[in-house]
Write a protein of this length. Structure first.
Length: 254
C-alpha cells in the first residue's frame, strides 16, 4: 500500500513523526518510544526509508529535549497475528481451499508473537535511555514457505496435495531476507534479556536537508508547484537522503 502511495507514506510516517516529536517536546512528555522495523536497515522500499528517517527524527528530538525527557527507538521485525501480518492471510486462504500465496520459496522473515512484542516494547520504554535505539532479539529468520506449510498442516491438510502453495514473486521494495542491523551498526548487550542496544558508527546524517527536500512533494509550496504530490520528485529526494532506496524507472509522476 505504501509503495503505491509514496507521498502519503512520507507525509504520514516522516512528517507525522516530526509533528509528534515536536508536540512531545513542547508538552514536556517524559518518554517517547518510536516503533521501528527491520525494513529501516539499508532500506530498499519507501516504507523502510520513512522509518529510517523517523528513527533519526527521534534521535534529533532527544538532542533538543529538556532534562528528564527521553526519546528512543525500538526496532523489530514481523509480529505474528498482528493486523496486516501473513498468518491471518494464510488461515483465510486455507479456509477458502487455497492456494496459499508465498512471494518466493527462499523468502525469510523475523517473527515474534504479539504478547512478546508488547512486553518487550513496554519494558524497553521503561528502562531505555534517551537518544538510544534498541533492537529486540527476534531469534532466527523463518522461511515463509515453512510457515505456510505449518498453517496448512495445523488445519488438517497436506501442503501441495490438499492445499496448493503458489509463488507470486517479490513485491516492489521487498527483499528475500531483511536484516536487523546495518553495516555501520553493531549490537551491544544490555542487562535486560532479549533487548540489545544499537551502536551507530555512521557519519552524521543531515536530517534537516532531507526534510527540506521532501517537504515540497508533501505540502504545497508556491515556489515549487511542480513538486507537489509528484512521486518522481519525492523518490529522487528520498534516494538523495537514503541511497539504498530502489530506483523505479517507470514510476508515474502522480
Amino acid at each position: 500500500m505504501m509503495e503505491a502511495n509514496t507521498v502519503a507514506a512520507v507525509e504520514n510516517n516522516v512528517f507525522g513523526t516530526l509533528n509528534l516529536a515536536d508536540a512531545a517536546l513542547g508538552s514536556g512528555v517524559k518518554r517517547l518510544v518510536l516503533i521501528s522495523t527491520d525494513k529501516a536497515v539499508d532500506p530498499l522500499c519507501v516504507y523502510g526509508a520513512t522509518k529510517f528517517l523517523s528513527e533519526r527524527i527521534v534521535a534529533d528530538a532527544q538532542a533538543r529535549a529538556a532534562a528528564g525527557q527521553s526519546f528512543m527507538t525500538v526496532r523489530f521485525g514481523n509480529v505474528l497475528g498482528s493486523r496486516g501480518s501473513i498468518l491471518p492471510l494464510f488461515m483465510k486462504q486455507v479456509a477458502q481451499g487455497g492456494p496459499v500465496t508465498v512471494t518466493d520459496p527462499a523468502a525469510r522473515r523475523y517473527f515474534m508473537t504479539i504478547p512478546e512484542a508488547c512486553s518487550l516494547v513496554l519494558k524497553t520504554g521503561g528502562v531505555g535511555e534517551g537518544g538510544e535505539s534498541y533492537i529486540l532479539d527476534m531469534g532466527e529468520p523463518v522461511l515463509i514457505r515453512d510457515l505456510a506449510e505449518q498453517v496448512i498442516r495445523f488445519s488438517g491438510f497436506e501442503p501441495d496435495k490438499d492445499i496448493p502453495i503458489e509463488y507470486i514473486g517479490l513485491r516492489p521494495g521487498e527483499r528475500l531476507e531483511e536484516r536487523l542491523v546495518s553495516g555501520d551498526e553493531e549490537l551491544v548487550p544490555t542487562p535486560y534479556r532479549k533487548i540489545n542496544r544499537l551502536a551507530r558508527k555512521a557519519p552524521a546524517f543531515d536530517l534537516q536537508a532531507a526534510l527540506d527536500a521532501l517537504r515540497p512533494a508533501c505540502f504545497r509550496d508556491p515556489a515549487r508547484p511542480d513538486a507537489y504530490r509528484n512521486r518522481r520528485v519525492l523518490r529522487a529526494a528520498l534516494r538523495a537522503a537514503v541511497p539504498s532506496v530502489e530506483e523505479v524507472q517507470d514510476e508515474p509522476e502522480y
